[in-house]
Ligand binder design. Structure first.
Ligand code: 5AD
Ligand code: SF4
Length: 463
């Protein structure tokens, strides 16, 4: 038995990083590392970073400053705290991180964490730090421990695809995560069965470009995401399936059809469009127009009229005019989103759009447009949430709320729903009668299998 050591992982950015952090913990478990939720006194601290927008990497450096004090404290007591930077900032900046923060022991990219045991040994023994930003020929997924730590809670992530070959001109992902890779079908199904055997009822399939999934099946055939979803839907006990993030170009007929025919596939889709202007979409290398997106949504809604939509928007992409921006607002009005994320364009070093000298939009204009887009999207979100009042929704409770006796869960449409309910309903799928609708959540009371409980107080929960 290895000596017990404490491992603290801080995760930034997307859900793929959340998944990766859990897998890092799995890889380190045989070495005696046990997760802790405090960095103080930890034997290893890993910052699993995100590089998608500007401030993310600055946050990492300031966090590294704080960690240095904890590392010194531990050293003064005769201990050793190994500090690592993982994820996309590690991939993009590599050895530069060690230069700016010499107390860092390991810097490694998202494709190398199956090599962690070896890296840890090198870092602990050697004098210098370990930098590993390779794209190894072997896939980490083939080498990760199969029977890993138990999932926590009834909803789990499952990475099925990684990397991206789309090269949108604003985006670092194709450089930090590498080219597109799909896990073999058998591996995905096994992992899903294992999750369900541990009580998971909802699985979100993850990938930077998840609907580009093209995994090889045992008979050598190649499956798309639609076919994978149908196979997953046959697993007994798996009640909900979601997938994120998708590209409009990869919504094929089979996947669209799955939205109308697979009851476990939730009526919620995050489908980034980024802009409503054809000129800007072309400059972004998105390979679709605003009308292509509208037509696609029409086809999806024909198959699944109950579909709630989410998207990503960027304001102030280089060269964006008032007219381009007006086209974005028009598209938002045409589609109607249940929720969405919007960001100010930030020039990422090494991406084509960052080099568009003289075309960068003024910061103030970017801000104004962001505010306008958020105002419209928020109004749509509130309106969507209000349509839920009086409805009974199926909710999977996966968290406790801030108030005593409060449980929180997700509706099929990804809304956070909170109720006053007995703790034993945690992890259960329960019908909730909705009585309150807010910007970011719903409230109500449990209606099935229970004597009716009190409605939650009408204040918004911050999930
Ligand atoms: N600037 C602003 N937003 C960006 N995103 C990706 N790269 C940038 C960038 N350079 C946004 C996109 C993407 C989401 C994950 O982050 O909207 O869909
Ligand atoms: Fe980045 Fe998504 Fe475009 Fe790929 S499809 S380059 S991940 S924005």
């Amino acid at each position: 038995m290895a000596l017990k050591k404490k491992l603290f992982i801080k995760t930034y950015g997307c859900q793929m990083n959340v998944y990766d952090s859990d897998r890092m913990a799995d890889v380190l478990a045989p070495l005696g590392y046990e997760p802790t939720d405090q960095p103080d006194g930890a034997d290893m601290v890993i910052l699993n970073t995100c590089h998608i927008r500007e401030k993310a990497s600055e946050k990492v450096y300031s966090e590294l400053g704080r960690i240095r004090h904890l590392q010194n404290e531990k050293a003064s007591g005769g201990g050793r705290m190994v500090v690592a930077v993982a994820g996309c900032v590690a991939q993009a900046e590599g050895a530069e991180i060690m230069m700016r923060a010499p107390h860092v022991d390991m810097v490694f990219g998202p494709q190398t964490y199956h090599q962690l045991p070896e890296m840890v040994t090198r870092a602990v023994r050697g004098a210098g730090g370990v930098v590993n930003t390779d794209f190894p020929v072997e896939s980490k997924f083939d080498l990760l421990p199969e029977e890993s730590a138990k999932p926590q809670g009834p909803a789990a992530f499952l990475s099925v695809q990684e990397g991206c070959d789309k090269f949108c001109t604003f985006c670092v992902v194709p450089y930090t995560r590498g080219s597109e890779y799909s896990r073999p079908v058998g591996q995905v199904l096994n992992e899903a069965r294992r999750l369900v055997s541990h009580g998971v009822r909802e699985i979100t399939l993850l990938g930077q470009n998840v609907n580009a999934f093209h995994g090889e099946a045992a008979d050598g055939s190649v499956w798309g995401l639609g076919r994978l979803i149908r196979a997953l839907a046959e697993i007994d006990g798996l009640e909900r399936i979601r997938y994120t993030t998708s590209h409009p170009r990869d919504m094929d007929d089979d996947l669209i059809d799955a939205h109308g025919t697979v009851p476990q596939l939730m009526p919620f889709l995050h489908l980034p469009v980024q802009s409503g202007s054809d000129r800007i979409l072309a400059a972004m290398n998105r390979k679709h127009t605003g009308d292509d997106y509208r037509r696609l949504i029409d086809r999806l809604r024909t198959r699944q009229p109950d579909l709630a939509l989410s998207s990503d928007f960027i304001t102030g992409f280089p060269g964006e005019t008032d007219q381009d921006f007006a086209d974005t607002l028009r598209l938002i009005n045409d589609i109607g989103f249940a929720q969405a994320y919007s960001f100010k364009y930030s020039a990422r070093p090494g991406t084509p759009a960052a080099g568009l000298e003289g075309r960068q939009v003024d910061e103030k204009v970017k801000d104004e447009r962001l505010q306008a887009v958020q105002q419209l999207l928020n109004a749509q979100q509130v309106a969507f949430n209000q349509t839920m009042i009086g409805r009974t929704l199926s909710v999977l409770f996966d968290r406790v709320g801030k108030l005593e006796g409060q449980l929180l869960g997700r509706s099929a449409y990804m809304q956070s729903v909170y109720v006053q309910a007995p703790a034993r309903l945690m992890g259960q799928m329960v019908d909730v009668h909705v009585t309150g609708a807010f910007a970011n959540s719903l409230s109500g009371h449990v209606v099935t299998g229970e004597t009716v409980t009190q409605a939650a107080p009408a204040v918004e929960a911050h999930a």
